[in-house]
Design a protein around this ligand. Structure first.
Ligand code: GCO
Ligand code: MG
Length: 409
């Protein structure tokens, strides 16, 4: 199964996506996602200028060998651009292999370990009333686990709150709301946040009862001692997880957080290799691995990372915001279905324009996702539709504290 052509499609239906298309001499087409929010063209160039010429003529079946070749032969290792590019190739090759086998990809990963994939959605509101409405809309849309974000009194930016309405009510989606040529500046005050958040969860538990799984994302905004305090303060509300409580590239910091709280911790959407987790997993400092298939070297690397985590009873919580394309999402779902240590899958619905470009076979029913049973990933790309939506520069916002200091977003 020789690779005949490799091309990169950059398109912007609802938001920007980078898709790698690998075509074999027999005419099979495999897709991979290399979307890196706000830095899309860097991955597109890495793929077009440095990787595509290496792939033509290679055996598309040689997935592991191609991964090792791309990781080791480039000399420069790791990093989000490199690992997103390797992920795009890896997922496209798995797509091809599964199509050639006439099976959905999850079958090649060991077959289904469950009947459905529990998903969580993003509810948000500027105040409690708006938040409750958003939670109700998500429950009506079928979600059975909910991430909760609200505005914080005293902070102008509506951090984590839906930027635009969608068919299922307010949706947390910084893009395309932030389709500006320069990043929007927001303000931040961690003490105000720490004072406010426990009252939000108290109100939500009071209204929706003890059973609904609730999640929260801290977007790396706390110091270890602040994170320890928040984890402790949230214990009465029984969170499914507290996500990205600190900038965890300092892995040892999590020892301090862990020593103070039993709130489960999820980390890793900005990580890109197993090495970013070495201490976190070995010392059991986290409960969920948040990496995206798209940003962590694809299925090949994610499988190894999650198998490593499994030895320590750490589960998956694969990153699935709208900046992961339907191709990256499908890859995550096949892996979710196959692994034993599945935890939960993030699922923000893509907009209607995205669905015009990417035809998908995955389903969402009564809180559970399923990748479907088409051979391969089950996603195709409509080039004519993609051509209607050219790339548009778009940045995530960034934060400054009251005194003007740049803070983690
Ligand atoms: C999540 C993420 C998103 C990020 C986005 C950045 O948990 O889904 O934190 O909210 O902001 O993926 O590109
Ligand atoms: Mg997050």
């Amino acid at each position: 199964m020789k690779i005949a052509t490799v091309d990169v499609v950059v398109c912007s239906p609802d938001r920007n996506f980078v898709t790698l298309r690998v075509t074999t001499e027999d005419g099979l087409v495999g897709l991979g996602d290399g979307t890196l929010n706000g830095r899309e063209l860097a991955v597109a160039s890495y793929l077009r200028d440095h990787v595509a010429p290496l792939l033509v003529g290679r055996d598309a079946h040689a997935v592991e060998d191609t991964w090792q070749f791309l990781y080791r032969s480039g000399y420069w290792r790791r990093g989000p651009v490199t690992m997103a590019a390797i992920a795009a190739v890896d997922v496209a090759l798995w797509d091809l292999k599964a199509q050639a086998a006439g099976m959905p990809l999850y079958q090649l990963l060991g077959g289904a370990s469950r009947t459905g994939i529990m998903a969580y959605g993003h509810a948000s509101g500027r105040d409690t009333a708006e938040l409750f409405d958003s939670i109700r809309q998500h429950l009506e849309a079928g979600y059975r686990s909910i991430r909760v974000q609200t505005s914080v009194p005293g902070i102008n930016a509506v951090y984590g709150v839906a930027a635009q309405p969608s068919s299922e009510g307010k949706r947390y989606d910084y893009e395309p709301a932030q389709r500006t040529p320069l990043p929007a500046e927001e303000d931040w005050d961690t003490r105000a946040y720490l004072r406010h958040l426990p009252s939000v969860f108290e109100a939500v538990r009071g209204e929706f009862g003890p059973e609904l799984p609730l999640l929260h994302d801290g977007h790396h905004r706390m110091t270890p001692i602040q994170a320890a305090r928040l984890g402790k303060d949230l214990e009465p509300y029984d969170l499914f997880w507290l996500e990205d409580c600190t900038p965890a590239e300092n892995q040892e910091a999590l020892r301090l957080v862990r020593a103070h709280t039993t709130t489960p911790l999820a980390i890793g959407e900005v990580f890109n290799t197993v090495w970013d987790y070495q201490t976190l997993i070995r010392e059991q400092l986290i409960d969920y691995v948040r990496s995206a298939v798209t940003h962590t070297g694809g299925i090949t690397a994610m499988r190894k990372l999650l198998d490593f985590a499994a030895q320590y009873q750490i589960k998956s919580g694969i990153h699935g915001p709208t900046d992961i394309s339907p191709v990256g999402m499908a890859a995550a779902l096949h892996l979710d279905l196959a692994i034993h240590n599945f935890g939960i899958q993030e699922y923000m619905r893509h907009g209607a324009l995205t669905d015009e470009v990417f035809r998908q076979s995955f389903t969402f029913d009564d809180g559970y996702l399923h990748p479907g049973n088409e051979p391969g990933l089950g996603v195709t790309l409509d080039q004519a539709a993609a051509d209607r939506f050219p790339y548009q520069p778009a940045y995530l916002p960034f934060n400054r504290l009251k005194d003007g200091t740049v803070h983690d977003w």
